[in-house]
Every structure is written in structure tokens, then in C-alpha cells.
Design a protein around this ligand. Structure first.
Ligand SMILES: [Zn+2]
Length: 233
């Protein structure tokens, strides 16, 4: 005989409801992103003006990617969850993350030809043993049947962690860090790509990757992440 354990919250391990993966408290503070949001950047608006919206930030500084979507704000809960996946080897989190990302991805997943994970430099991959972006890509691919192009992007240069860097420094940090190898160009050409990553912060990495994929002939590059930093303003 074995006891049936009640489901526990993925973030805090307290008893959670029957489904969803988070307890009600973590669910509330996770800050899942819903419309209205900027159709380009995916950043939530605090008010609903009724129509499709593009934020002033997207006009002032247009991203190199077409559209970005994220499941949740980079809240404390999101930070804990990402940390558990990356450093706690909690690969069981990939599936629920994929579910949340698919919900957020909506129309960009509908129009996607292929997923491309943001690569880790091999030295970091060696330390961590897996690339969280590749794991997330594979989990979403398994359910959407949209293929993953492994190694479409290569990290040609190890970059210091982006943590603690300002926007400008982040862009400089990842400049020239990615490449599409010659052999991969034919796979990327003409494709509507969804770039997958765990967190979108200033968008420096997403922009650097999108620029390189476009240069390799990608028809469009959308971005899908689990979480994104949202300025309180
Ligand atoms: Zn919880």
C-alpha cells in the first residue's frame, strides 16, 4: 500500500491544488502576463485601450525580433523557479514551464516553422550539463510538433553573465557572441523562427540572436520565454 501524496507547489513545495503546479499564493505572485500587452515586445499594459497596441518603447527602440511573448513577469517566484531548473537540476519543471509558455505563445506558435534555443557556450554547458533553453524547446516541440533546429545558433564567445549589467553593457557583452554556422544556414533560410530562452531581461541576447538569424535568411524571428523583466513604470 502506498500513500497518495497531495500535489506540492513547484516553487515552494507547500501543498498545492489539484493542477496548475503552483499553490494559490505562488500563482498569484508569479505574475502571469495577460493581454493587454505590447503586441511587439509583449510587455503588459496597466490599462486596456481596446485595440491592438504597440508600446512607446517599441517605437522608440524597435527590437531586432518581430514579437516577444513571455508566460510571466520575472517575479520572485519566477526567479526561484528558473533557479531551481538551472542550478537545482529540477528537470521536472520543464513540462509545466512549457505548458505556461505555450499558453503565452498563442499566435506566434501557430505561425512557427521551427524553434531555436538560445545556446550556452560549451564551457557553461559542460558545467551545467544541460541547456535550459534547449530543454524548453524540446518540450514545446513535442507537443506542438514544430521541430527544433538544434545548433542553429552557436555561441562563438563565452560571455560574462549578464546579471548586474546595465542595458548598454548587456548589448556590448553579447555583441558578436552568436553565429549561424555555414552548414546551418540552409536550415534557417526562409523559416519563421521562434527563439526560446528562459528569461528576457533587456532583450540584448534576443536582439543579438535575432539579428544573426535574420542575416542568415530567417523570414521572421519571434521570441518566447518563460519570464521577462517588466519595468515597474
Ligand atoms: Zn507555492
Amino acid at each position: 500500500m502506498h500513500a497518495v501524496l497531495p500535489p506540492t507547489c513547484l516553487a515552494c513545495r507547500k501543498p498545492a491544488g489539484a493542477s496548475g503546479g503552483l499553490c494559490s499564493q505562488c500563482w498569484q505572485s508569479a505574475g502571469f502576463i495577460e493581454r493587454p500587452y505590447c503586441e511587439r515586445l509583449g510587455t503588459p499594459f496597466s490599462y486596456d485601450s481596446g485595440g491592438p497596441l504597440i508600446s512607446p518603447a517599441a517605437f522608440a527602440d524597435p527590437p531586432a525580433f518581430d514579437r516577444a511573448r513571455s508566460a510571466m513577469r520575472f517575479s520572485d517566484v519566477a526567479r526561484d523557479l528558473v533557479h531551481l531548473l538551472k542550478y537545482g537540476d529540477r528537470l521536472d519543471l520543464v513540462k509545466p514551464f512549457a505548458t505556461w509558455m505555450m499558453r503565452a505563445g498563442g499566435e506566434i506558435l501557430h505561425e512557427a516553422d521551427a524553434f531555436v534555443p538560445v545556446p550556452l557556450h560549451w564551457t557553461r554547458l559542460f558545467q551545467r550539463r544541460f541547456n535550459q533553453s534547449a530543454e524548453l524547446s524540446r518540450a514545446i516541440s513535442a507537443r506542438t510538433k514544430v521541430p527544433v533546429i538544434d545548433d542553429a545558433l552557436t555561441r562563438v564567445r563565452a560571455t560574462p553573465p549578464q546579471v548586474g549589467l546595465a542595458r548598454e553593457e548587456r548589448a556590448k557583452n553579447v555583441h558578436g557572441a552568436f553565429a549561424v554556422e555555414k552548414a546551418m544556414r540552409a536550415k534557417v533560410k526562409g523559416k519563421r523562427i521562434v527563439l526560446v530562452d528562459d528569461v528576457l531581461t533587456t532583450g540584448a541576447t534576443a536582439n543579438a540572436c535575432a539579428r544573426i538569424l535574420r542575416r542568415a535568411g530567417a523570414a521572421r524571428v519571434d521570441v518566447l520565454t518563460l519570464a521577462r523583466v517588466v519595468d515597474p513604470a
